[in-house]
Design a protein around this ligand. Structure first.
Ligand code: PEP
Ligand code: MN
Length: 342
């Protein structure tokens, strides 16, 4: 619940309400908004009863109590009152700057990742993406290089002052992936793998939570709530397209998710136009549209030779295509009073 204190409430009066909530098992955060104090009170796993709400409402200097309607609490916008900024080794996701993450779908070789890291860095990306553990619909397709792939990613990122985002699929691999990655990616197929969500909630690394391909916004935010409940609130949401009846594109990229989620959650949201469309010709237009709609960043697939990529070649940009796109993204960012992260 959100407790609004009356204007002019003295510090000891605010403290007394704060202490009362803590005594009743709530985690309380105090913020000040235009001279008014607001207490956000959450009791994980046990929502407040109507009687409790009435009791708090009748405390001295309490103006009102708002009970959140959403089933999630920690990730709800009201619980914080301001947007979260997730810091990844100096790169801030969710602030005024738009973060571009780029790299191959899959780590194939040292040479492939090194050359891609150099190219995306030169074009202005700040985070290197790449999969070492690949979730594949077919068990016959390439499953990734595993730990060797993680080592390649880390070395390439360090050589070019980039951060690493890479997927973790297995609860048993979370600690290992943490040794190499700056951001743990939870893929679309695992958005509802609750054991995995709990496990990444336990670690202290930012998590990129992709939207399940058939997930509604509330289901996606509840998945984020699982992570937050473990104590890890460094969560970045990623819209990556959903399944619809349309077959012309690989998925239907739901850009309405951006303004809707900005109204529901304090978490930053980025967009993956590569999985979202499955077609490199659509990556540029959808990237620009995502920034115009308020996205905090993009994750884009780039490959030195998309025609021979082991995975997702048709949706991967070439180096020249990526470097031509970046100035266009900077222009759109400027038009919405933002800029690209350097
Ligand atoms: C990917 O980023 O390459 C990927 C497999 O993503 P998703 O989980 O969104 O399909
Ligand atoms: Mn991919």
């Amino acid at each position: 619940m959100i407790v609004l204190m009356r204007r002019g409430a003295e510090t000891y009066e605010i403290q007394s309400v704060f202490d009362r909530l803590v005594e009743n098992g709530f985690q309380v955060k105090a913020v000040s908004d235009h001279g008014k104090s607001i207490l956000s009170a959450i009791r994980p796993g046990q929502r407040q009863s109507p009687d409790e709400v009435d009791q708090v409402r009748s405390l001295p200097m309490v103006e009102d109590v708002i009970v959140l309607e959403q089933p999630y609490e920690l990730v709800a916008l009201e619980s914080r009152g301001h947007r979260s900024v997730i810091e990844v080794d100096g790169v801030k996701v969710g602030g005024p700057e738009i973060v571009v993450m780029a790299g191959p779908c899959t780590v194939e070789s040292e040479e492939q990742v090194m050359s891609t890291a150099a190219a995306v860095k030169a074009a202005g990306a700040t985070v290197l993406r790449g999969g070492a553990y690949k979730p594949s619909t077919s068990p016959y397709s390439f499953q990734g290089l595993g730990e060797g792939g993680l080592q390649i990613l880390r070395a390439a990122a360090d050589a070019h002052a980039l951060r690493v985002v890479t997927e973790v699929m297995d609860v048993r691999k979370v600690d290992l992936v943490c040794q190499f990655a700056d951001i743990l990616q939870i893929g679309t197929r695992n958005m509802q793998n609750y054991d995995l969500l709990r496990e990444v909630g336990r670690v202290r690394k930012p998590v990129l939570l992709k939207r399940g391909m058939s997930a509604r916004y509330d289901e996606w935010l509840l998945a984020a709530e699982y992570i937050a409940l473990g104590g890890n609130e460094q969560i970045i949401l990623c819209e990556r397209g959903i399944r619809t009846f349309e077959s012309e594109t690989r998925n239907t990229l739901d850009l309405a998710a951006i303004p809707v989620l900005r109204s529901l959650t304090h978490l930053p949201i980025i967009v993956d136009p590569s999985q979202g469309t499955g077609n490199r010709d659509l990556v540029g237009p959808m990237s620009m549209a995502a920034i115009a709609a308020g996205a905090d960043g993009l994750i884009i697939e780039v490959h030195p030779h998309p025609e021979s990529a082991l995975k997702d070649g048709p949706q991967s940009l070439t180096f020249p295509q990526f470097s031509q796109l970046m100035p266009n993204l900077a222009r759109i960012a400027e038009s919405v009073d933002r800029c690209l992260s350097q």
